[in-house]
Write a new protein. Structure first.
Lengths: 300, 362
């Protein structure tokens, strides 16, 4: 009875059927994103903000640092000031464009660094387990004990203001959550059969981590990190607002919000503009992060 | 078959024996068994308890033979297989005994020798084809990974080899399946892909850990037939772990029945299934569905398997055995040899006649 052959198991027969299109992983992610209009719209908004920030030296109508005692706190649409002026008579539109650079930088750099450091620590903790896991994860728990904004304020307060210190403080704030995400994902993946199957086919520890652990851990870490960008922008703005982040006169959305606060009864609409910029940017990052999470879930 | 595959060794008597209808044909002198395991003991040590998972297992396997290890959950059959590849976590596993595969002393291998052996000399297929394949890589990438690791060939060559393997295990539209992700394939196709991966480096020994348990009945028989066919074509030895007697009857040359970490009965598939001598094997056979009357209850074995943390000195099956005597509870029965390749661990071996209802063997 071992000589029975099945029709369906005969490759020559079935290969004559019309070929079915097979999509790769990134192709299928792109395919799912193409019909997710919400994510697409917010993606374009992010693209526009990034482009505007990058091109600010060329597209900004005025020098963002040029003050004018005559044109202080002018409303939206006053003469050549499309979005009005601040308390020192500087052009709000130019400052918003230039400020986007600092704000985006403060959003992306700390998260990127934290992905590298926290992700590595998390994979190590999850893969090795035991005492190493205990040591790393309990250290992270200590950081968890503080609310993230308070921690950022405390760290940059201790180290002094400035953009570099602000970034460092934000990086430290984001390492624990990213480490925990990576650790959880690694622990789940490590116990699955395909890791043992890889070992059984002769894979060493390094090869297993690079191929099988990272391949499965990167997606959740990446999705979570894209959500953190908006948090980072918000906290960075908060730090600037408190005078701990970017120092004046460098244009920054948080700093603008802070200095314009006193003018809220004089010219409320102009005061709201940097806040609106922060709001739209972080909302866009959040929405895109959500869309990515749905599109990148392979196991459907 | 292409040049990639080693042709079946036609010079060895055992290979021709396994290919012929009588698997128990005596083996010609001068042919060394491919696998020899002697008095293998595996214990899992933790702070709370020591689990005696395998307690003195010995067997040997000729090139081109299929050994089926039958036993219930927790009988130590999977542990025995993983011990053969040293896949058990080193820090809490204590192993003793002797294991030889080919010319390698498994327990003495260094870590680098181990990774060289795994996948090339010995490879393994797993029970759950869904979780045994990495969801983020295509089937082709996963096969190519193993091929590249052991042969050091280029990615393109490894992918060509992958395509050839998928065709070899009869995956329809192999080219398309090579680019597919595991979740895009059915269970049967996934298991075929697993088999292709395991065969990618021409292993001499294939370990199969219940590879058909997760499949439905029709696919199960297809995979079994395929495995038997591949095994004969490649002249490969297979150790097949299962708890399904029907599966064992289909694929095995030799059968080893395990209970509480010991092999309680071993012999050719025909001898063991038609004339079982250990009460446990007899009980297992009696509890299967075959040509009995409709209204007759299936005879279950009373009781439950022993606690592997605290094994009694006597025969582990004695508390459940209808034929147990004082002797059985006092000391563990030795291996009683009943023919060249037949052994039973029971004081009363040889006293049982052929059971009234034995499993029909194809």
């Amino acid at each position: 009875m071992t000589d029975i052959t099945f029709g369906a198991a005969n490759p020559a027969k079935v290969d004559t059927a019309p070929p079915v299109k097979v999509r790769g992983y990134w192709q299928s992610v792109a395919y799912r994103l193409r019909y997710d209009y919400v994510t697409l719209v917010f993606g374009f908004i992010i693209l526009a903000i990034v482009l505007a920030a990058l091109l600010s030296p060329w597209i900004a109508p005025m020098d963002p640092q040029k003050t004018s005692m005559v044109y202080r706190l002018k409303p939206i649409g006053f003469k050549q000031f499309t979005l009005g002026t601040d308390e020192l008579g500087r052009d709000i539109l130019s400052r918003l464009l230039w400020g986007g650079r600092t704000s985006l930088l403060m959003g992306v750099v700390p998260v990127g660094l934290a992905v590298l450091i926290g992700g590595t620590l998390g994979v190590i903790a999850g893969f090795i387990g035991g005492k190493i896991n205990m040591l790393i994860m309990r250290t992270m728990d200590i950081f968890y004990a503080f609310p993230s904004i308070l921690l950022a304020v405390a760290i940059s307060g201790a180290m002094g203001g400035g953009m570099a210190n602000g970034m460092l403080a934000l990086t430290l704030v984001f390492i624990p959550p990213l480490c925990r995400i990576a650790e959880t994902a690694t622990t789940q993946v490590r116990g699955l059969d395909f890791v043992e199957a890889a070992r059984a086919s002769g894979a060493g520890t390094a090869s297993i981590i690079v191929h099988h652990i990272l391949g499965n851990v990167l997606a959740p870490v990446f999705v979570y990190a894209s959500g953190l960008v908006s948090v980072s922008i918000l906290i960075a703005s908060g730090l600037s607002f408190l005078g701990l982040g970017v120092e004046p006169p460098t244009p920054d959305w948080g700093l603008m919000l802070s200095t314009l606060r006193q003018a809220i009864y004089v010219n409320p609409w102009v005061c709201a503009l940097p806040g609106a910029a922060i709001f739209i940017t972080s909302l866009s990052f959040n929405m895109v992060s959500d869309g990515l999470r749905q599109a990148m879930d392979v196991k459907m | 078959m292409s040049f990639f595959f080693r042709s079946a060794p036609t010079t060895t008597a055992s290979a021709s024996a396994s290919a012929s209808a009588s698997p128990s044909a005596p083996v010609a002198d001068g042919v060394r068994p491919l696998v020899e395991v002697e008095d293998l003991q595996v214990r899992f040590v933790s702070r709370e308890a020591t689990v005696h998972a395998v307690n003195g297992v010995s067997f040997s396997l000729m090139p081109g033979e299929v050994l089926c290890i039958i036993g219930e959950s927790g009988s130590g059959k999977s542990v025995t297989m993983r011990a053969l590849m040293r896949l058990l976590p080193a820090h809490k596993t204590r192993m003793s005994g002797r294991m030889r595969v080919g010319d390698k002393d498994v327990l003495a291998l260094s870590p680098s020798e181990l990774t060289a052996m795994r996948g090339a000399l010995v490879s393994m297929i797993f029970q759950e084809p869904m979780t045994a394949l990495d969801p983020v890589y295509t089937i082709g990438e996963q096969i190519a990974e193993t091929v590249m690791r052991h042969t050091g060939c280029s990615r393109a060559a490894a992918l060509r080899r992958g395509l050839e393997l998928l065709e070899f295990v009869k995956v329809p539209s192999a080219e398309r399946r090579l680019k597919a992700y595991p979740h895009e394939l059915s269970g049967g196709l996934r298991q075929r892909a697993m088999i292709a991966m395991a065969l990618s480096c021409n292993p001499s020994l294939l370990l199969a850990d219940e590879p058909t348990t997760a499949l439905d009945a029709t696919v199960q028989i297809q995979v079994l037939i395929l495995m038997r066919k591949l095994q004969k074509e490649l002249g490969m030895s297979v150790i097949f772990v299962t708890h399904d007697l029907g599966v064992a009857a289909q694929i095995a040359d030799k059968v080893a029945v395990m209970y509480a970490g010991r092999i309680v009965e071993m012999g050719s598939v025909k001898e063991v299934l038609s004339n079982p001598q250990h009460p446990y094997t007899r009980g297992m056979l009696a509890s299967t569905v075959h040509g009995q009357d409709r209204d007759r209850d299936i005879e279950a074995i009373p009781g439950s398997p022993p606690d592997m943390r605290r094994l009694a000195p006597g025969c582990s099956f004695a508390p459940r055995c209808a034929h147990a005597t004082e002797e059985c509870l006092a000391s563990a029965p030795p291996e009683i040899r009943m023919g060249p390749a037949r052994a039973v661990r029971c004081f009363r071996a040889g006293q049982f006649g052929a059971p009234s209802a034995s499993l029909a063997i194809a």
